[in-house]
Design a binder for this molecule. Structure first.
Ligand code: NIG
Ligand code: FE
Length: 394
């Protein structure tokens, strides 16, 4: 096997506690990759030999971003809905039905092409692990199809049949479908199940319905995730704690009891709180307060939620910048949330850090420190570093 030495790293974020600060940073560092894994990290002055060598020329390197929440398999466009919102309309989730209609009408190849383009777009901005949900099929055949397509690009696939009750379908019948035949068809293609738990949004699911969806999914062997507390205070976060979900996502409206429950659960591997500030940006809504969760000891992840309705962005650097600008995060907290936090939300220990043994997923920042991700918002500095015969920045 060919080993590869990366040199010229002005700042290396490892999340290795042996190194400095909250991110385990090594200045003037080098890193050796062997067989796709990190084999050595340390000061450039003591770097070992390797078969090949890449010089990143004074740039910063961090673990590839882990985007633990996306809805990337869909067809159609809702730019008009976005424009109406910016003119004063409110987000209600009603547009989901339009994406469902467009997605059902698309061929596998049309969906595949769109999905591949979005994955490439994410990768070009430093994302190396992506979760992808279904949820725009909403019948057995289409949900199963979306998960089959998602599985072509990632192992982190999530069954979101319980996104909304499709218009014109009886609630009770739909719940029976999602917890029965649809789950049976989708579970073989999914690692996770998710539910849009938002009482007050008529097409979404209340606490008891969401509980039924999650317990059925757990019995089918799926890990659990929850869309909760997005539009108003509600039961999502506490339900996530109760059922042992890996994460509760959005979590924009948490009360003190929610934070206390999440903090208590955090002591024994409770849910990661995945904040999605691109949604607040794209729906012009108040941002959540990440600092309140971090101060309480809760693990926070940042993700894009990339979807055609509430945030059509694949950019993890944007989420880091928003985390710092609007969620009261320090640069270190935001960088951790976009890497290690995402990995923890997916219960993965092979990604999101660059300790020896990690997958060699490297994000290189065209700047001397990772602070530039937030310091220079909107500037395309982050890229995925592909280690091949020659250096490729894609
Ligand atoms: O995560 N909240 C529910 N689902 C998506 C939005 C779906 C859509 O509007 O198409 C979300 O924000
Ligand atoms: Fe979402």
């Amino acid at each position: 096997m060919t080993s590869h030495l990366v040199t010229g790293i002005a700042e290396l974020v490892t999340h290795d506690e042996r190194f400095a600060g909250p991110l385990g940073v090594l200045p003037d560092a080098a890193l050796v990759v062997d067989d796709g894994r990190v084999a050595w990290v340390g000061p450039a002055s003591s770097a070992p030999d390797a078969d090949r060598r890449t010089d990143v020329d004074g740039r910063a390197v961090l673990p590839g971003f882990v985007d633990s929440h996306t809805h990337l398999v869909f067809a159609g466009d809702r730019a008009d809905e976005f424009a109406h919102r910016m003119a004063g309309a409110r987000y209600t989730g009603g547009g989901i039905a339009r994406t469902v209609a467009a997605t059902r009408a698309a061929t596998d190849d049309e969906l595949r092409t769109r999905l591949a383009a979005l994955v490439a777009e994410a990768r070009a901005q430093g994302t190396t692990t992506l979760e992808v949900k279904s949820g725009y099929g909403l019948d057995v055949a289409h949900e199963e199809r979306l998960l089959r397509l998602a599985r072509e690009v990632t192992t982190e696939t999530t069954f979101l049949g319980a996104h909304v009750v499709p218009p014109g379908v009886d609630r009770g019948e739909y719940l029976a479908l999602v917890t029965g035949p649809m789950l049976d068809a989708c579970a073989p293609h999914a690692r996770w199940a998710d539910v849009f738990c938002e009482p007050g949004t008529p097409l979404a699911f209340d606490r008891d319905e969401a509980h039924a969806v999650l317990t059925a999914a757990a019995s089918a062997g799926l890990g659990l995730r929850v869309h909760g507390n997005q539009l108003r205070p509600g039961p999502g976060a506490r339900l996530a704690v109760e059922v042992g979900a890996a994460s509760v996502d959005h979590a924009t409206h948490l009360d003190d009891a929610d934070v206390a429950a999440l903090a208590d659960a955090a002591r024994h591997g409770g849910p990661v709180v995945t904040l999605l500030p691109g949604v607040e940006l794209s729906t012009r809504s108040p941002y959540p307060d990440a600092r309140r969760l971090l101060d309480a000891g809760v693990e926070v992840a940042l993700a894009t939620d990339c979807n055609p309705g509430t945030c059509f962005s694949t950019s993890m650097p944007l989420m880091v910048a928003l985390g710092v600008a609007h969620l009261r995060m320090t640069v270190e907290q935001a960088v951790r949330a976009a890497t290690l936090g995402g990995a923890r939300a997916l219960r993965r220990d092979d990604v999101g850090h660059l300790r020896v043994g990690a997958r060699a997923d490297l994000c290189v920042v065209d700047a001397p420190s990772v602070a530039h991700l937030a310091y220079r918002p909107g500037v395309p500095l982050a890229r995925t570093l592909t280690l091949a015969r020659t250096l490729t920045l894609d």
